[in-house]
Design a binder for this molecule. Structure first.
Ligand code: SAH
Length: 350
């Protein structure tokens, strides 16, 4: 694979352009063009310089292969990477703006029992520029640019475990939030992790005050191990310590994702235990009813049961919301779209 120009920070791009003996304003033009989601072949540079860039860099590292639109307006994108791999993303429309969910890896090796992204294991990490380009091309497709953004919020909740691709994800976050670029504030960015404690602690010192979210899905280590293999490596108490450190360093409250799985983690006793665990902490809980995945045997819960769980948390002083399940008619759950597409590809190859 060639290099990815969108990996470069603004300072790195300046140095690159200078190394080709080009004038500094070329770097401005290239950076502006890239932030608009343009391909290298569309950049306003001399054809000789363009040829040099194209010999070294991918013209279009992330391409929208297909777009699916849900009845609720949610859009799902299937992205084609330069090496033929596929990742997916979602654009959800809210009153305050549009939130894009991006992928950080092709596949995942965390092995959570309810998740479709991990079905075929980890294929490879995405580079910083491949993560950023998912946003740049969607922003462009929506008619936005770096000044008038159509993507206002970003969540790292597509396929992959962000902290299992630490360096590229941190680089992506710096480029995403950099002034002069697409410049999305860290406050409008959420990073969700299954709880890789050493990386969470390291991240506390990066100076990126975003919405750090942990996928909890259980209240005891024993129960967590039944659906999340990572729970054999790190305890819930260690996760809470790392979150406290993040709060101390950034002043940002943290969040938990708790997917309600029928007969597994959603009795009243679970809700009470969760409230006791989190009482007094500067945090918020996002509940979501399990999105049933064909390849997995786990079942979801009724809406009524989900509201009952929410009620217990609220009554016990925990800030929580039940998230609307968006785009379920188009395979909104992590990894479902790619899994289906790969299946289709295999069928066609037979
Ligand atoms: N690897 C990161 C990001 C994953 S996806 C993490 O583990 O946090 C974002 C969220 O969706 C996670 O909380 C994940 O546990 C949850 N999730 C995955 N599959 C799901 C499903 N089928 N139904 C409901 N939530 C699911």
């Amino acid at each position: 694979m060639k290099e990815i120009l969108q990996d470069y920070s603004r300072a790195e791009l300046d140095a690159l352009v200078a190394s080709y003996g080009e004038k500094r304003f070329r770097a401005d033009q290239i950076y502006t063009g890239l932030m608009q989601g343009k391909r290298i072949s569309e950049l306003p540079v001399s054809s000789a310089f363009r040829e040099k860039l194209l010999a070294r860099f991918e013209d279009e590292p992330v391409k929208i292969l297909e777009t699916f639109t849900s009845r609720d307006g949610t859009q799902k994108f299937l992205f084609l990477l330069a090496d033929g791999n596929l990742v997916e993303g979602v654009l959800m429309r809210y009153q305050y703006g549009n939130t894009q969910c991006v992928s950080t890896q092709v596949g995942c090796r965390m092995g959570c029992k309810f998740c479709a992204s991990t079905l075929g294991g980890l294929k490879r990490n995405l580079t910083a520029g491949e993560i950023l380009s998912q946003i740049l091309v969607v922003n462009r497709a929506e008619g936005g640019n770096a000044k008038e953004r159509k993507v206002t919020n970003v969540v790292l909740m597509g396929s992959g475990e962000p902290f299992d691709n630490y360096d590229n994800v941190v680089k992506f976050l710096r480029n995403l939030t950099a002034e002069g670029g697409i410049c999305i504030s860290p406050r409008n960015v959420s990073l969700s992790t299954c709880g890789l404690v050493p990386e969470m602690k390291r991240f506390a010192d990066e100076g990126i005050p975003l919405n750090l979210t942990v996928s909890l899905h259980a209240v005891t280590d024993g129960e967590r191990r039944m659906t999340m293999p990572i729970a054999y490596r790190y305890r819930i108490s260690e996760i809470l310590e790392a979150l406290t450190l993040y709060f101390q360093r950034t002043g940002r409250r943290y969040l938990f994702e708790y997917s309600l799985i029928g007969g597994v983690n959603c009795d009243e006793a679970h809700a009470l235990a969760l409230a006791a665990l989190l009482k007094g902490r500067p945090c918020h809980v996002n509940l979501i009813r399990l999105n049933e995945v064909k390849e997995r045997s786990l079942a979801t819960v009724s809406e009524k049961q989900a509201y009952r769980f929410l009620g217990v948390l609220e009554k016990n002083g925990i800030s929580a919301t039940l998230r609307r399940s968006m785009g379920s008619d188009i395979g909104g759950a992590c990894g479902q779209l790619r899994a289906r597409y790969l299946e289709k590809r295999e069928d066609e190859n037979v």
